[in-house]
Design a protein around this ligand. Structure first.
Ligand code: SAM
Length: 211
């Protein structure tokens, strides 16, 4: 997976590649699907949701530029927020990078299953149930925020919860024409650039799509 799907498509970030070679993806797919855990695409996890394609998890992690934030950490690791826990795989990758990870999921059953999977693999991720389009103020500010669901526009509370110098990766745009936005906060300013085209399930919430 790392060689054929990630490095072959240009993923170069060492933190991302190291973490993705260590997290057992088969532990985050539904029972009976371990045989296709490393397939080059998203997989259904029930409740109409998916575990994201490995390449998309890698790109989003790479876009956080953890090396610029000091990875491998010699000081206290930074706080990261994962919006849309789903299976818990993205959260596990961020935790494997050594960060302090909070992950927020709106579906209580998916959140509970992810909590169990993460704990079983020894990842100390805080999984909370709630509307991630509002972020999660108790653990803010975050050095990085990854949003694994598409919003009509970038949710403002998420930008406000970014630490100075932090980056947020969030898909926006309508229907099947989403793009990944990488937003960096610099003081009170923000720098935005767009990266890959992508297709995500909708971010449903106050600053996302209506139910
Ligand atoms: N990152 C996940 C993984 O590695 O398995 C995949 C996430 S899946 C593509 C998107 C998730 O976002 C779904 O589980 C969905 O329930 C969740 N979601 C949608 N809107 C949300 C919101 N406002 N707050 C939190 N989670 C939300």
């Amino acid at each position: 997976m790392v060689r054929d799907q990630l490095e072959a498509r240009g993923v170069r970030d060492r933190a991302t590649l190291a973490a993705m070679s260590l997290v057992p993806r088969e532990a985050f797919v539904p029972e009976g699907r371990a045989g296709v855990a490393y397939a080059d695409g998203p997989l259904s996890i029930g409740h109409g949701q998916t575990i994201s394609q490995p390449y998309m998890v890698a790109r989003m992690t790479e876009c956080l530029a953890l090396s610029e934030l000091g990875w491998p950490w010699t000081e206290a690791p930074p706080a990261l927020l994962d919006v849309g826990t789903g299976s818990g795989y993205q959260a596990a990758v961020l935790a494997q990078c050594g960060a302090r990870v909070t992950s927020i999921e709106r579906d209580p059953e998916l959140a509970e299953r992810a909590r169990e999977r993460l704990a079983a693999q020894g990842y100390a991720v805080k999984v909370v149930v709630g509307d991630g389009s509002l972020g999660y103020p108790p653990d803010a500010p975050y050095a990085g925020i990854v949003v694994a669901a598409g919003a009509p526009r970038v949710p403002e509370p998420l930008v406000e919860q970014l630490a100075d110098g932090g980056r947020q990766v969030v898909p926006d745009g309508g229907g099947r024409s989403q793009r990944l936005n990488i937003i960096r906060r610099v003081g009170s300013e923000r720098e935005t650039r767009t990266a890959d085209a992508c297709v995500f399930v909708p971010l449903v919430g106050q600053h996302g799509h209506h139910e």
